[in-house]
Design a protein around this ligand. Structure first.
Ligand SMILES: Cc1ncc(COP(=O)(O)O)c(C=O)c1O
Length: 418
């Protein structure tokens, strides 16, 4: 049984065939073979209900929000704000005004970094801590501040297994540490980081913490109040929703402290040529016409996930991870990069003597989609002295049979290179 709003409803039974049926793309063929989609860390597939909700909005409800007094504008506004409410429940935020709709995780991090800079939050020599396993989205926006605000970027080292070196992290904290921004689950290694411990340690020194939740929101229950993070970001398209929509969660006091990120319509209270006053949060951060259709699709994706017992989805993904790890480890010459004790369903690997690009291209002929490259984590690749890896990443609609197909296809690649 799960609790949703005030009503208690029965969780939908976990039935793989029924779930796969919800995702129309999984029925298609690629290169004459049944599609095997194992690139979920890059973007997830969308259930029919998400596609239908976007279609419905454009077919019957399309109007701009917040400024119309007519029927269509009112229902579009209601759907948009209702999606925010769903996001609030999804993250267990205290208030829906703590959720800002953005393009995705990248924009969320840029928003916070740029607004902190505009607030003159940093003094020259202040330190921001990130980790060695960050996505470029959580590196580059802070480098802007190295240039502009003369901050220092400190990097938490990682172990050979791909875990954060927490002892090194503790030693890095000092009076100059003004902000910490770390990834919850690494998109390249699958490591689940001890973010709660990081937040507790940081808060003892009053240091705010940003959690990059691009990979955690789709795979585990998130409770921002329990984590006590100051900011958390997710991308809708990785969580079974559409592209171009994401959420920045920020504690009320943090969002109120920050100046707006962009100026324009919908974020103001009054404008004269001399002075503009800003609207309250969250609208202060949502200048211009937002991605209305995207937010509605994202709200439907949340409804979709909420039908299930989330712990059951996570358990199944862990089972897939274990099965795939064991199966891939059977392949001679294959090495998994990232063997943290706590992992999500992401497996990066290399095969001796074969470039990851060759692996990706050849198994595509079997209809299998995996990602190859640096996964927007070049410093992490440098840490492991690798130019690239191949990466298979799983969602709850993937099957053990698909893992078997991946293994068979990789064995074929190996035979071609002997
Ligand atoms: C850990 C992590 N952070 C940030 C991002 C950036 O997300 P987006 O491109 O949706 O903004 C990604 C995308 O792969 C990611 O995996």
């Amino acid at each position: 049984m799960i609790k949703q709003a005030s009503a208690i409803i029965e969780a939908r039974r976990f039935n793989l065939d029924e779930i796969r049926n919800d995702f129309p793309i999984l029925k298609r063929t690629v290169n004459g073979k049944q599609l095997v989609y194992l690139d979920n860390a890059a973007t997830s597939q969308k259930p029919q209900c998400v596609i239908d909700s976007i279609n419905k909005y454009y077919s019957f409800e399309n109007a701009n929000i917040h400024r119309g007094l007519y029927f269509l504008s009112e229902i579009a506004t209601e759907s948009y704000e209702n999606a925010r409410l769903k996001g609030k429940e999804f993250l267990n935020a205290l208030s829906s005004s703590e959720l800002i709709f953005v393009k995705g995780t990248t924009e969320a991090i840029n928003l916070v970094a740029a607004s902190l800079s505009r607030a003159n939050y940093f003094r020259e020599g202040d330190e921001v801590i990130i980790s060695h396993m960050e996505h470029h989205a959580n590196i580059v926006p802070w480098q802007f501040l190295v240039e502009h605000d003369k901050i220092k970027l400190k990097v938490i080292p990682i172990t050979d297994d791909g875990e954060l070196d927490m002892e090194a992290f503790k030693l890095m904290l000092n009076d100059r540490t003004k902000f910490i921004s770390v990834v919850h689950i690494s998109n390249a290694l699958g490591t689940i980081n001890p973010v709660k411990e990081i937040i507790t340690l940081a808060h003892r020194r009053n240091i705010p913490v940003f959690i990059d939740g691009a990979q955690s929101a789709p795979h585990m229950k998130i409770d921002v109040q329990d984590l006590d993070c100051d900011f958390y970001a997710l991308s809708g398209h990785k969580a079974f929703g559409p592209t171009g929509i994401g959420v920045l969660y920020g504690k009320t006091e943090m969002l109120e402290m920050l100046p707006p990120y962009q100026g324009g319509g919908d974020m103001i209270r009054t404008v004269t040529f001399e002075k503009t006053t800003y609207d309250d949060i969250p609208h202060k951060f949502e200048a211009g016409t937002p991605n209305i259709a995207g937010s509605i699709g994202f709200g439907t994706a949340i409804d979709y996930i909420n039908q299930f017992d989330r712990d059951e989805l996570t358990r199944y993904e862990n089972e897939l991870l274990e099965y795939a790890t064991n199966s891939l480890n059977e392949i001679d010459g294959l090495k998994i990069i990232g063997n943290a004790k706590k992992k999500a369903s992401v497996i990066s690997f290399v095969i001796e003597g074969i470039h990851p690009y060759d692996i990706g291209t050849i198994i595509d002929t079997d209809g299998i989609a995996i990602r190859t490259g640096h996964h927007c984590t070049q410093p992490l690749m440098d840490r492991f002295k690798l130019p690239a890896t191949a990466r298979a990443s799983f969602a709850f609609y993937n099957t053990k049979e698909e893992v078997d197909k991946l293994v068979q296809s990789l064995l074929k690649v190996k035979r071609m290179f002997v």
